[in-house]
Design a protein around this ligand. Structure first.
Ligand code: GLN
Length: 385
């Protein structure tokens, strides 16, 4: 039998998604793969039902249905403070997962170097390898997850094509400060580098922290590919609607990659999602308030259980320190947690390039009932370990 491609030896299947299978196997509460267990807004589901009755069964325009692009450009013009042209500055993709891959393949030649902060959402490692690039990891140091400015400069000095920025960050919950973003932007300009952002948690930020779009900083629009999706903002991770926003010249390239990768995102769902993109500003205030409450419930249980963690500033993940437990191995700890306690987390090592084994990731995009049930299980951990 002939051998399959060698590049596939350089990464594994997703550990996050594997932990969902572990949760199903043990009928445990799944706080690993980040997706909600509550419904999306009812108006959005009704819009999807209407769309299926309409004439949306064939391919939409490959880079996005016009009504969806117009609504998205209007919404993001407001939030990003940029004057976005729906016909020039965006391409609609199958989730941010495709958006990131498209972005990487649009800017990278084979052998190019790409800076990735570590810990990082596991897709970025695979994205760089599949696009023929080579990742250079720059640590975000726990527990505050700040980067060392000199270390970042030294990474740029190695000659890089792009930097990947997940902000608000999965898995750390870090929201990069304006000062940090300005420092990264200055290096990107000095070394003539692209920035590829993953901003899927743009609307999940806890006061007093604020999200700043990299593309909104002076001189950064022309070198930033802003990737995001509707998955987290509207609780529709299964709809697979994402996008890349960038300068017209970059989007011209991104459209080609996207066209040959997937042709397009689901036409009826693009039509339905126009309803979500037109929600009033109060919708975004409401989800901030709801996520703040979910975070507070979950963190209060971590406090009660006397578990140490870095309080998330944004997104819906928390990294919990397990060094008080008698374990050298976060994966073994997570398997024990699933089997003996009935709770599933992701081993932190799957996010770090460095050999860090003392952290595990929980997510809290769950309804009150699930969070309380999970919290009660957390209270048992120290006694049973
Ligand atoms: N972004 C989510 C997480 O980090 C979901 C990952 C996935 O399976 N696409 O858990």
């Amino acid at each position: 039998m002939p051998a399959i491609a060698g590049r596939l030896n350089h990464f594994t299947e997703s550990v996050i998604r594997e932990m969902t299978r572990v949760a199903n196997q043990h009928r445990a509460i799944n706080l690993s793969q980040g997706f909600p267990d509550f419904d999306p807004p009812a108006e959005l589901v009704a819009a999807a039902q209407r769309a299926l009755e309409g004439q949306y069964h064939q391919y939409a325009i490959t880079w996005g249905a016009p009504r969806f692009r117009q609504a998205l450009a209007r919404k993001q013009t407001y939030w990003m403070g940029l004057d976005l042209d729906p016909d020039a500055h965006l391409v609609v993709t199958c989730g941010s997962t495709e958006a990131m891959m498209v972005a990487m393949m649009t800017v990278c030649n084979s052998g190019d170097r790409v800076i990735v902060f570590s810990p990082f959402y596991e897709n970025y490692g695979a994205d760089t390898i599949l696009s023929g690039a080579e990742p250079i990891y720059v640590p975000l140091h726990p527990p505050t997850f700040e980067f060392d400015p000199d270390q970042l400069r030294r990474a740029f000095e190695q000659g890089v094509k792009a930097l990947v920025l997940c902000n608000p960050s999965n898995p750390t919950g870090k929201v990069f400060t304006l000062g940090e973003l300005q420092y990264i932007a200055a290096l990107a300009k000095e070394f003539d580098t692209f920035v590829i952002t993953d901003e899927v948690y743009e609307h999940i930020v806890y006061a007093p922290h604020r999200h700043t779009y990299m593309a909104s900083l002076p001189g950064m629009f022309e070198r930033t590919l802003s990737c995001s999706s509707l998955s987290k903002t509207y609780s529709i991770t299964g709809w697979r609607l994402g996008y890349v926003i960038a300068a017209a010249e970059v989007i011209a390239g991104a459209r080609k990659v996207h066209d040959f990768l997937t042709v397009g995102a689901a036409a009826p769902l693009q039509e339905a999602a126009v309803t979500a993109l037109n929600f009033p500003l109060s919708y975004y205030e409401q989800i901030q308030a709801e996520y703040t409450q979910r975070r507070d419930v979950f963190l209060s249980y971590l406090d009660k259980a006397r578990l140490r963690y870095t309080p998330p500033q944004g997104a819906y993940y928390v990294l919990v320190d397990i060094s008080d437990f008698d374990t050298e191995d976060d994966t073994a700890f997570c398997m024990w947690l699933a089997k003996e306690i009935g709770l599933v987390a992701v081993p932190g090592s799957s996010f770090f390039a460095e050999p860090i084994r003392h952290l595990i990731r929980f997510h809290f995009a769950k309804c009150q009932e699930t969070l309380v049930a999970a919290g009660e299980l957390l209270l048992k951990i120290k006694a049973q370990a």
